[in-house]
Ligand binder design. Structure first.
Ligand code: DGY
Length: 340
């Protein structure tokens, strides 16, 4: 018998076809809305694998509802929606979708850097409101991006793609990770004109960089990493960009800091509680540019992510090598009758 799989959202057909070819597949057939929790808990009662999104909470409650579960294939590179220790303790494999979204997400980071530094959205809003009356010397002046120092907090795959683009803008690059990355320095340092340096402390990076980009995963250590103290260390001309996870930033403290003008502006793709509504206090500030968690949202990349997640799921359930395992567990048995 084929293994059973549940897909928690309508995905691009190519991904559904991959899962359906190998598994008895059930799908929450809605693209725009997450599967209700109760429906999900019922649906996983006899499945061997689930293809999840970052809107699905995969926790001990879900594990208890899914006694046959062997694999969770998350369609994202981040997996803070998943209780990884609980999965590992139960012997359930987690997979993610790294690499395929790296360049696309780096592009969005740059959209935020440029839009926040050069007041692109504020300018658009001003014109739409009929507020453009003349040209004047200091009208809508922003901050230069070219030549500014770029600080990357959490320089992994996406950070390194952001850094590569920065060389074209003539920006010296500072990065802060738990430890220096010789491979990142070699990769960026090989680009003619590139300057890259490790910042041994976050404080060092914050007080030196003109543009601060946050790309750390959300973990117990990074939750609340940026608050009033960190913003006070930044330059009064600095631009802050977060494209990782919202809870890495204390949003209320960021709002107060932006009101005081330090950072000078912010570009945010992620928020403490998503989705945010039209009444969110960030929207009342002129010096912010907000996007609705769309770092990886291009047709090609979201399709690739879905296909990668589907491929991971099927590989795990059919005894093939799994391309993107997150934890180390042995997936026991092939199909429904080989289960534990
Ligand atoms: C991820 O992959 O973690 C993003 O947040 C969605 O692309």
């Amino acid at each position: 018998m084929k293994p059973r799989a549940y897909i928690t959202r309508r995905l691009p057909q190519a991904a559904i076809d991959i899962v359906s070819a190998a598994c008895e597949t059930t799908l929450w057939d809605d693209e725009a809305n997450p599967v209700p929790r109760e429906t999900l808990l019922r649906a996983v009662a006899d499945v061997d694998g689930i293809l999840t999104l970052l809107t699905d909470r995969v926790d001990t409650e879900l594990l208890a509802a899914a006694p046959r579960l062997k694999v969770v294939a998350n369609m994202a590179v981040g997996y803070d929606n998943v209780d990884l220790p609980a999965l590992t303790a139960r012997g359930v494999l987690l997979t993610n979708t790294p690499d395929v979204l790296t360049e696309t997400t780096a592009d969005l980071v740059w959209a935020l850097i440029l839009a926040a530094s050069r007041r692109v959205v504020e300018g658009h809003r001003l014109i739409a409101a009929g507020g453009w009356t003349t040209w004047s010397p200091m009208f809508m002046v922003g901050q230069d991006v070219h030549g500014a120092t770029l600080g990357i907090v959490g320089a992994g795959r996406i950070g390194s793609a952001v850094a590569r683009r920065a060389v074209g803008f003539g920006m010296p690059i500072l990065y802060h990770n738990r430890r220096p990355s010789p491979s990142l320095e070699a990769q960026i340092g090989a680009i003619p004109g590139a300057v890259i340096r490790y910042a041994p402390t976050l404080d060092d990076l914050l007080s030196t960089a003109d543009v601060v980009v946050v790309l750390v995963p959300l973990t117990p250590e990074t939750r609340g990493m940026f608050g009033a103290r960190e913003f006070a260390l930044m330059k009064p001309t600095s631009v802050f960009v977060n494209a990782s996870r919202g809870p890495v930033v204390c949003e209320a403290e960021l709002i107060e800091a932006l009101k005081r003008g330090r950072p000078w502006a912010a570009g945010l793709d992620v928020f403490e509680h998503e989705p945010i509504g039209a009444d969110h206090p960030l929207l009342a500030l002129p010096n912010v540019v907000l996007t609705p968690h769309i770092g990886s949202a291009t047709v090609a990349t979201r399709t690739r992510m879905a296909v990668v997640a589907a491929t991971n799921l099927v590989a795990a359930l059919t005894g093939q090598p799994v391309p993107n395992p997150v934890n180390r567990v042995e997936v026991k048995g092939e199909g429904r009758d080989g289960g534990t």
